[in-house]
Design a protein around this ligand. Structure first.
Ligand code: AMP
Length: 312
């Protein structure tokens, strides 16, 4: 337990914290912790060379570590933001119970040689102004957006704010949230934000399950159920490698999902790599979202569809 630490909403941010650094110190380890836009601007002004941003919602795990390592390879200084963004949660979603582990998060950032950690409260991010938001367009209403209306507007708005506040040269995101990555890349390009948006492959458990802060909600039995997501994706990718066409890939993946009655599937879709309609052959993306109990999980995998002429 980190003494005296509180988050913006007055919640006890340490209730699920397994320990770590004192979040109230401005220099936890070699990390500089900043909480206001002004403190961030002052810290940013001291950074020369290429600055790379890693936006997160905290409860950091090895997937986030991989982003930080990729960020180091892209620039001179890594800035991590930790903010549980309320505008990307819908009514009845897990905003209140989302895991908050600031002490352990800062220990990980220190370990990964992060220069600045920005931990704003909701007032700093949204408190003043007219409530201007970014619209996600048509893709924002499909897949995750169809199940979580307004989710991507919330994501893009907070990322646009972070890009404006941190002024990074590049930013690193996980392919784990593939639709998010595609939309953030499009936002940076279409709004000419000038940030080089990079994605890294999903970091997984030994059994293939994608690491996620939400995995903390699962008990041992539910973890077994959740592994069906990655097993289904692998079955689809294997079918593609054996020459199955799009419907064949989906059938192979669906079979694995069907064998797990405790899984409630929101969608299983095969698309092009930019989430466009499935191509006849070449690179594609297989995406799945499902609920295990009250926990909602997503995953995806690249698949390569072989041309029909190769025979199947
Ligand atoms: P989150 O804290 O869940 O909002 O995620 C912050 C960033 O970490 C996003 O860019 C995610 O896509 C990325 N991320 C989350 N889980 C993983 C994972 N297992 N592997 C790689 N990146 C991840």
């Amino acid at each position: 337990m980190v003494p005296g630490a509180q988050d913006s909403g007055g919640l006890d941010v340490n209730r699920q914290d397994s320990g770590g650094l004192d979040v109230n110190r401005q220099d936890a380890g070699a990390v500089r912790v900043v909480r206001t836009r002004a403190e961030l601007a002052a810290a940013r002004a001291t950074l020369t060379g290429r600055v790379v941003l890693v936006p997160t919602m905290g409860a950091l795990h090895d997937g986030h570590r991989a982003l930080m390592r990729a960020a180091h390879a892209l620039g001179d200084h890594v800035v991590v933001s930790i903010f549980v963004n309320p505008t990307q949660f819908g009514p009845g979603e897990d905003l209140e119970r989302y895991p908050r582990t600031p002490g352990a998060d800062l220990a990980i950032c220190a370990d990964e040689d992060v220069k600045v950690v920005f931990m704003p409260d909701t007032e700093q991010m949204y408190g003043s102004g007219l409530g201007v938001r970014v619209e996600a367009g048509e893709l924002g209403d499909r897949l995750e957006g169809a199940v979580r209306p307004g989710h991507f507007s919330g994501v893009l708005t907070v990322v646009a704010k972070l890009f404006g506040m941190v002024r990074p040269d590049a930013a690193v995101f996980g392919e784990k949230d593939y639709q998010q990555l595609v939309l953030i890349r499009a936002m940076s390009r279409e709004l000419a934000l000038g940030v080089d948006v990079r994605g890294i492959p999903t970091v997984r458990e030994a059994d293939g399950t994608a690491l996620s802060s939400r995995n903390r909600y699962l008990d041992q039995h539910q973890r077994g159920v959740a592994s069906a997501l990655s097993r289904a994706l692998r079955a689809g990718a294997c079918a593609a490698a054996s020459g199955a066409n799009g419907p064949g890939v989906l059938r192979a993946a669906q079979q694995v999902l069907d064998a797990e009655p405790e899984l409630s599937v929101d969608y299983l879709e095969l698309t092009g790599p930019a989430l466009q309609p499935t191509p006849a052959s070449g690179p594609a993306r297989l995406l799945v979202a499902a609920r295990v109990g009250s926990t909602r999980l997503i995953d995806n995998l690249p698949v390569t569809l072989r041309p029909a002429s190769e025979g199947r």
